[in-house]
Structures are given as structure tokens and as C-alpha cells.
Ligand binder design. Structure first.
Ligand SMILES: *Cc1c(COP(=O)(O)O)cnc(C)c1O
Length: 365
């Protein structure tokens, strides 16, 4: 017996059976491969902020003197500043290494093997990933043709299945940018489970339901600095929790989950909200221009979006090919192979000049 076979069974079976993760090609590697300088690549595939962080972030990172000291496990100053930003007391807030970390923690907190999570695809992939990783099972309730939530189906299922503990809802939803209405959210909150409302893109839409957490013992709202504040690379997110959930969540959180640089950058961003909101306004204006322009192509059918990206159905053409052709020209967009999204592409909203280049190239295809 080779040593490999001898030890193979030691891997947890659900992980041994998992398909390997396909890593994204790093930006610099891609630039080399295409022979296009990194600064000329138009990266519209990951909903990142084309304006980057506030200039105060660079100052704060340069001025920070405590990189050799472990960070504050409670992220106290960050949570205090967040409390002022969102208008909910700091005692309801947990900061995370990106909202992604909080998704994983929430699932670990509620899901034991045999428990189930309702997922509403097409949507963000991490809910499924973390559920399966943690030994839970995913029950998919597909969104309707227009990507709105099939609330009735979720209610039917959740009312009749005691193993379901969580439902994840994204609003605005990734990848289509649609919003979950108040009435639907109210309906979900009547169910005997925890509703996790992922508001990663809410700054582009307005109307956060963060303060609903104060009125609902089964609602968690997730937010992040990655999109509106341009901090995707520093990994800072947060959640708003009813206190009874938060008290348990803190028991399982890694003590130093938010690092010194991330906390300093997030605080600097919160000291410069009006400038960052100006960037958000530009992105929202550009979203309008991009939407109208995409509609004019006879091979694209864009969906209205409240986020910083636009999903389009590709007709009479192959979406994978469209993505590949644009990539050769240094324009990166997102293409999905999942069943509910066959032949769709998602384009993040960039700067006006990035939009112009994209439209010019599209018009030659
Ligand atoms: C980008 C994104 C996140 C990830 O946020 P991080 O704070 O960068 O981990 C969470 N949810 C949705 C729907 C997203 O699109």
C-alpha cells in the first residue's frame, strides 16, 4: 500500500468528494499572458470599485504604528464608527474578515450535519460552498424567470421542513441586481428559521434593512467595505445581529479575524463617507448609461440593476465566446455556466472611459 492510499481515508469524506476549487487567474499573471499592461486591463468581472479606496486609507495605512501588535479582538473602534454610519448600536455589530467570513461563521453556528439551508439561485456562490463544507445540505429554490424571489415556494418549503435552519437572501441580488421587497422580507421573517439578508451592494441601491434587526429576532444583515468603499483587497465586512445570536457567534469567532490594516482602512473610509458616496453616485450614473447602451445591441438583453453590475442575456451568440473575445482585448467580464444562467454575462460598472472602450469593442463584434 502506498503511503498515499494508506492515509487517504483520513480526509473528511465530504471534502474528499468535493470538486476542486477553480482559482481565478491573478491580475498580474493575466496581464502577462495577454501581453497587456495591468493598468490597461479593464476589469469588470468581480464588481470591484473602479475608483479604489479613499485617499485617507493610504494615509492611515502609512501612519499606522501598531502592525507588530495583535489587533483588537472586539474591533471596538471600528464597530463604534460603524454604529454611527448605519445607525444601529455597536452591541449588534460583528466585524469580519470580509462578509465571506461571517457567512461561514453563521453556517457553523446553526448547521449541524443533517441540517439544511435554503439557497435561492442564481445567487452568490458562498452560501452553497460554506454549507457543503460544513456538512449541511443545500435546498435550492430557483428564482423566477425575472430573477425575483419565489417567496411562496420558500414559505411552503420552510413551513413543512423542520431541518431547515437558515435562508440566505441577497438584496440587491448578485448576479442580476434585483431587490427583495419589504413585503416579501416580512413574509420570510414569519418563518421558523433565521433569515440572512446579504446587503453587500446596498450602498448602490439605498434602503438598507439593517435596523430591522432591532425588531426581528430571526434576522441577520450582512454588509461589506469591498464594493462601495473599494476595499475588496483588505477584506473587511460586518454583520448586524440580534443580540442573542451575536452572543453565541462571538464564542466561535477567531479572536484576530480583522487585521490591523483592514481595521485602519475601514475606519479611514468611514471618516470620508461623503467622498466615497460621490464615487457611488458616479457608478450609479454610469450604470444608467451602460444599461441604455447595452440595450442597443441586438445580441444583449440587460436586466435593470440596483447594484454596481448589469446582468445581460446573450441572444443569437455564445456568451462564453463573447467573454473570451473581450478578454483577448483586455476587457474582463463574468460568464456563468450554471443552469439558471445559461448564456448570460455580468458586467461590473466601471469608469466612463472604461464603459466607452467596452462599448466600442462590443460595436465591432
Ligand atoms: C462580494 C460579495 C460578498 C463578499 O463580501 P466580502 O466582504 O468581500 O467578503 C458577499 N456577498 C455578496 C452577495 C457579494 O457579491
Amino acid at each position: 500500500m502506498s503511503s498515499k492510499t494508506r492515509y487517504k481515508n483520513l480526509i473528511r469524506p465530504n471534502i474528499a468528494d468535493m470538486a476542486p476549487y477553480t482559482p481565478i487567474v491573478p491580475f498580474d499573471v493575466l496581464s502577462q499572458r495577454l501581453g497587456i499592461p495591468a493598468e490597461n486591463i479593464i476589469k469588470l468581472d468581480a464588481n470591484e470599485n473602479p475608483y479604489g479606496p479613499s485617499p485617507r486609507v493610504y494615509e492611515a495605512l502609512a501612519d499606522e504604528t501598531y502592525y507588530h501588535i495583535y489587533p483588537d479582538p472586539d474591533s471596538s473602534s471600528l464597530r463604534q464608527a460603524l454604529s454611527e454610519y448605519i445607525g444601529v448600536e455597536a452591541t449588534h455589530i460583528v466585524a469580519g474578515h470580509g462578509a465571506d467570513e461571517l457567512i461561514d461563521l453563521i453556517i457553523r453556528l446553526f448547521i449541524a450535519p443533517g441540517d439544511a439551508v435554503i439557497n435561492c439561485p442564481p445567487t452568490f456562490g458562498m452560501y452553497r460552498f460554506d454549507t457543503e463544507l460544513n456538512g449541511g445540505s443545500i435546498i435550492d429554490i430557483e428564482r423566477k424567470e425575472d430573477f425575483s424571489l419565489d417567496t411562496e415556494a420558500v414559505v411552503d418549503l420552510a413551513s413543512n421542513n423542520r431541518n431547515i435552519k437558515l435562508v440566505f437572501i441577497t438584496s440587491p441580488n448578485n448576479p442580476d441586481g434585483g431587490i427583495l421587497g419589504d413585503a416579501c422580507l416580512q413574509q420570510l421573517l414569519q418563518l421558523p428559521l433565521i433569515v440572512v439578508l446579504d446587503e453587500a451592494y446596498i450602498e448602490f441601491a439605498g434602503g438598507s434593512r439593517a435596523n430591522w434587526v432591532l425588531e426581528h429576532e430571526n434576522l441577520i444583515v450582512l454588509r461589506t467595505f469591498s464594493k462601495w468603499a473599494g476595499l475588496a483587497g483588505l477584506r473587511v465586512g460586518y454583520g448586524i445581529f440580534p443580540y442573542w445570536i451575536l452572543s453565541h457567534l462571538l464564542k466561535i469567532k477567531q479572536p484576530y479575524n480583522v487585521n490591523v490594516a483592514g481595521a485602519a482602512a475601514a475606519l479611514a473610509s468611514l471618516s470620508d463617507v461623503s467622498r466615497l458616496q460621490e464615487n457611488v453616485r458616479q457608478i450609479v450614473a454610469e450604470r444608467g448609461r451602460l444599461y441604455a447602451a447595452l440595450q442597443a445591441f441586438d445580441f444583449l438583453e440587460p436586466y435593470p440593476s440596483e447594484a454596481n453590475f448589469i446582468l445581460s442575456r446573450v441572444i443569437r451568440r455564445d456568451a462564453a465566446e463573447l467573454k473570451a473575445t473581450l478578454a483577448e482585448r483586455g476587457i474582463l467580464i463574468r460568464y456563468f455556466e450554471t443552469p439558471g444562467l445559461r448564456n448570460h454575462v455580468r458586467i461590473s460598472v466601471g469608469t466612463p472611459s472604461q464603459t466607452s472602450v467596452l462599448l466600442e469593442v462590443l460595436s465591432t463584434l
